[in-house]
Design a protein around this ligand. Structure first.
Ligand code: DGY
Length: 321
């Protein structure tokens, strides 16, 4: 009998083709975000599930699927929505999609950085609101990047790609994280390791690239924000809950820091209403990996992961315990 493969959202055709060669594919029709009840009903009897970061994958999910479930393949690099120990305890392989979205996400992070430091949104809103304006030497002045310090929290693949872009803009790099980067990476970026407190105190822009874990939830809270320079900017393209959004909105409104660029939010898809009122924030709706090329590459990698496990092979990018 062909394995049952459940795909929880519409995915690019090349990925679907790979899955259809390997088994009987089920997709929600029409495409929509499945409620927990719908998700649990859909995965019943599945051998493989290809999921997205919106699906809660935990012990109850695995139990709803049944003991034949072999793999959960998420189309994302972040997997804070998955209870990995609960799945591993049931001998279910978990895979994610690192690498293929590095450049797209780094581009978006740098786009937000430029948008907020050069006040692009403010300028566009002014024009769209048909407000009067004229060029003058003090009009909508932003902050230049050359010679400024970028603090990277989490110098993994995406953090490193952001740091490379920043070097091309003449920025100096400091970084923090659970461990030191390899010597050649430090050398290439002329990057200095600093403890978080020192990085926050000394950076002109702080960009977050650590995964969301119990240790990084609200890593950037009111105290962390208060320790940053009043001229500094915060960029978040990782996961919303790494930042205490309430504290950030207050810090931005009171000039504790100069601005923020945010692609992710604490209670997505909700955005803290105060953030929507502030001019010194650049906002995008979780678009980090949102290019046609990248989303196709992510879905194809997720499909290859699922198919490999169904064939009894080692998947290209498993999540380790
Ligand atoms: C991820 O992959 O974790 C991003 O947030 C979405 O592409």
């Amino acid at each position: 009998m062909k394995p049952r493969i459940v795909v929880t959202r519409k995915i690019p055709e090349p990925a679907l083709e790979l899955l259809r060669e390997a088994g009987q594919v089920w997709l929600p029709e029409p495409d929509h975000l499945l409620s927990t009840e719908e998700l649990h009903a859909a995965v019943a009897g599945a051998d493989a599930v290809v999921s997205t970061l919106q699906d809660r994958v935990d012990g109850a999910f695995a139990d709803a699927a049944g003991p034949q479930l072999k793999v959960v393949s998420t189309i994302a690099v972040g997997y804070d929505n998955i209870d990995v120990p609960a799945l591993h305890a049931r001998d279910v392989v978990v895979t994610n999609t690192p690498g293929v979205l590095t450049d797209a996400t780094a581009d978006l992070a740098f786009g937000l950085l430029l948008s907020v430091t050069r006040r692009l949104g403010e300028g566009e809103r002014l024009l769209r609101d048909r407000k009067p304006w004229q060029f003058h030497l003090g009009f909508l002045l932003g902050t230049g990047l050359q010679g400024k310090t970028l603090g990277i929290v989490g110098l993994g693949q995406i953090g490193t790609a952001v740091a490379r872009r920043a070097r091309a803009f003449g920025m100096d790099i400091v970084y923090t994280g659970r461990r030191r980067a390899a010597e050649d990476v430090e050398r290439e970026l002329s990057a200095r390791y600093l403890p978080l407190e020192e990085l926050l105190r000394s950076s002109d822009v702080v960009s977050l690239h650590c995964p969301l874990t119990p240790q990084t939830r609200h890593l950037i809270d009111a105290d962390a924000l208060a320790s940053m320079k009043p001229t500094a900017f915060l960029i978040n393209t990782t996961r919303g809950p790494v930042v205490d959004e309430e504290a950030l909105a207050e810090a931005l409104a009171r000039g504790v820091i100069a601005g923020a660029g945010l692609d992710v939010f604490e209670k997505e898809p909700e955005v803290h209403p105060a953030l929507l009122e502030l001019e010194n924030v650049a906002l995008t709706p979780h678009l980090g990996s949102a290019t046609t090329e990248t989303r196709t590459a992510m879905a194809v990698l997720a499909a290859r992961n699922a198919v490999a496990v169904l064939r009894g092979e080692e998947p290209p990018t498993p999540v380790r315990s």
